[in-house]
Design a protein around this ligand. Structure first.
Ligand SMILES: Cc1cc2nc3c(=O)[nH]c(=O)nc-3n(C[C@H](O)[C@H](O)[C@H](O)COP(=O)(O)OP(=O)(O)OC[C@H]3O[C@@H](n4cnc5c(N)ncnc54)[C@H](O)[C@@H]3O)c2cc1C
Length: 628
């Protein structure tokens, strides 16, 4: 028996990493928002690795924070280890990675949600979409509650028709034996969505007291940790180390001897798994020549003895898993607390979405996170904030916010998904970004905070401190440009850095351009009296050292933007465009790109097709203009 349970402006289904960001964004933009989720004790739960960040993923967390999202603040409050990776390489790949206390991460996020105005958190299972004349108007829950809203965001992760697989055992379930979401999958299909079957996997968890750490290598955090949020200035979080060990010959033997019992290879698993996050059995088969694989032992939190065995994701039978674990140095006597497993789930084909993450199939319905074919907390949260922003702007009758490929990894990810689609769980990598020198950890605020402020997610106070930082960095660059350094003043630091001496006075900026000269060296002879933070000094140094490369990429962006600005009217009939290849006609008609730039990235659309389309559009626009 169903009943009217409430009217909202925005409903978010699922309080995972995407749902939390989406709901907070919509509520903070003033929309009455309902966040409905199967189990309130699983808000922002990390079913897999207890970590946030790393290459490209860490960049996304910075971007979410720069836009006014929550993930960065939440992990800065709950990290148990923080490391800046790739510091030996260029700033484009510097990436922050944190180990999270996954239980306090959840509790902290849930508390933030409970304390946010305009946001209602409710336990319940959405089972049906209510669609009237192609528009979403609400959802119905398992208990018959009808919730109405002008916009609905589905962020159901790995729960849609979830099925856990472990050896010969298979059963319907969400992660960690949570209830799966069966009927909503059927409702999506009924309303015209194409679904795909994906899978992912997780490793066993073991008991800390049964690990022999003396046989592993310690992996400590950074002494002076950096942070994800632009608001975090310091932390007294106690850091815990991780530990490195390796698979052994015996490990590989056990796996090879039991491949016939591996669901991965017995055909029991129907879903497609993540290419860049393979299971251990997959690695042993695919990289048979590799004698050993790295295994990281990661604490899951301060108040638990559970350790996550990173690198050992598996769906092997339980007895084999135990054998595998005890074949690894340091784990010979280990107690397994939780089995590893694989989970299959339904996802929507992301080419059914606009770059705003609104679906093309049902007006006012948005999807975000793993349901869009991605894998990873950060990828999910990056989509979540965009879906939340755009659901709110839809309700408020405002234009959607689209992050361009040149503005952020969030833009790269969403454009890849909606333009190219994905055949396996999509994971963000720095190599996916053609402008990665512009999309750095250190400049996320310069790229996105003005947008966050304009849409009302960044407070006036934070925006003013951002403008102050920008101003101070500009002043410092000017100071370095005008500060004269005489040869004798620079002699010592140049000699210490094995850098060629100077024979005449130069400006400080010229010296800093030298790769071997750092800002902190220069500071000893030309200190600044501006109130600069370490982050501002780093910003100035990067802008000087990479000026040439940055300029080149900015020119490329300018060229791209010309293509992005060539908008394609949404009523164009591709079948009528003479000269277009039939594959291009079919692909363009199904993706319906918003610009020539997006059209040029669709697989199967050639440069020749693009030139024909540009000529056609010029004629189309002339005719339309003449008709007035
Ligand atoms: C076993 C496993 C292994 C993984 N391994 C990796 C990995 O190795 N690397 C990696 O990057 N990522 C991995 N992930 C993925 C990672 O967990 C997800 O990418 C991330 O959690 C996705 O976030 P999300 O918000 O889209 O969905 P989730 O975090 O899954 O959250 C979905 C939320 O929706 C709720 N929900 C679902 N259906 C309904 C409904 N009908 N009504 C109401 N609420 C509903 C659920 O209760 C849950 O709270 C793994 C996930 C699992 C389960």
């Amino acid at each position: 028996m169903s009943y009217e349970a409430g009217q909202y402006e925005v409903i978010v289904v699922g309080a995972g990493h995407a749902g939390c960001e989406a709901a907070l964004a919509a509520a903070r933009m003033g929309c009455e928002t309902l966040l409905l989720t199967i189990n309130l004790d699983m808000v922002a739960f990390m079913p897999c690795n207890p970590s946030i960040g790393g290459p490209a993923k860490g960049h996304v967390v910075r971007e979410i924070d720069a836009l006014g999202g929550e993930m960065g603040r939440n992990i800065d409050k709950t990290f148990i280890q923080m490391r800046m990776l790739n510091t030996g390489k260029g700033p484009a790949v510097h990436a922050l990675r944190a180990q999270a206390d996954k239980f306090s991460y959840q509790h902290t996020m849930k508390k933030t949600i409970e304390e946010t105005d305009h946001l209602t958190l409710r336990q319940g299972m959405a089972e049906e979409l209510i669609v009237e004349e192609g528009k979403i108007t609400g959802i119905i829950t398992k208990t018959g509650a009808i919730y109405r809203a002008k916009a609905v965001i589905i962020t159901t992760g790995t729960y849609l028709r979830g099925k856990i697989i472990m050896g010969e055992l298979m059963y319907e379930s969400g992660p960690n034996n949570q209830q799966p979401s069966i009927r909503l999958s059927a409702s999506l299909k009924e309303h015209g969505f194409d679904l795909v079957r994906f899978k992912t996997g997780t490793p066993p968890r073991v008991h800390k007291d049964t690990i022999d750490f003396s046989k592993t290598e310690i992996q400590p955090g950074d002494e002076k940790p950096k942070f994800f949020s632009h608001e975090t200035v310091s932390s007294d979080n106690e850091q815990l180390p991780c530990w490195l060990t390796y698979t052994s010959e015996k490990t590989h033997q056990i796996i090879n001897d039991n491949l016939h019992r591996a669901p991965m290879f017995s055909g029991a698993i129907e879903g497609t798994g993540p290419r860049y996050c393979p299971s251990i059995e997959d690695k042993i088969v695919r990289f048979a020549d590799k004698p050993k694989h790295q295994i990281f032992l990661e604490p899951e939190g301060k108040h638990t003895s559970e350790y996550y065995v990173q690198g050992l994701s598996t769906s092997m039978p339980e007895d084999v898993q135990l054998g595998i674990l005890r074949s690894i140095p340091g784990l010979e006597n280990v107690e397994m607390m939780r089995n590893g497993y694989a989970i299959e789930y339904d996802a929507v084909k992301p080419t059914q979405l606009w770059p705003s993450l609104e679906t093309k199939v049902v007006d006012g319905l948005f999807t975000a996170g793993q349901i869009n074919g991605t894998s990873g907390y950060e990828e999910a949260a990056g989509q979540g904030i965009i879906a939340g922003i755009n659901a709110a702007r839809k309700v408020q009758g405002k234009e959607a916010v689209i992050i361009e490929r040149s503005q952020g990894y969030i833009g790269v990810m969403i454009d890849d998904l909606v333009t190219k689609g994905t055949n396996d769980p999509y994971r963000l990598l720095t190599s996916r970004a053609e402008y990665r020198l512009l999309l750095r950890h250190d400049n996320a605020d310069l790229r996105l905070t003005p947008i966050g402020y304009e849409i009302g997610l960044i407070s006036e106070e934070r925006y003013q401190s951002f403008l102050k930082k920008k101003e101070l960095v500009a002043e410092e660059l000017e100071r370095l440009r005008t500060t004269k350094i005489r040869p004798e003043a620079a002699e010592a630091i140049l000699a210490a850095a094995n850098s060629a001496p100077i024979n005449f006075t130069v400006d400080a900026l010229t010296l800093l351009r030298r790769p071997e000269i750092t800002y902190s060296m220069l500071e000893t002879i030309a200190p600044s009296d501006l109130p600069l933070t370490e982050e501002m000094k780093e910003q100035a140094e990067i802008q000087i050292k990479y000026a040439g490369y940055i300029e080149k990429q900015l020119l490329q962006v300018e060229r791209l933007n010309k293509m992005e600005k060539k908008k394609i009217p949404d009523d164009i009939e591709y079948a009528e465009v003479h000269g277009l290849a039939s594959e291009a006609k079919q692909k363009l008609a199904s993706i319906r790109p918003l610009s020539i730039g997006q059209a040029s990235r669709i697989a199967g659309v050639t440069p020749a097709d693009i030139s024909i389309l540009i000529v056609y559009l010029e004629h189309y626009n002339r005719v339309t203009a003449s008709r007035g």
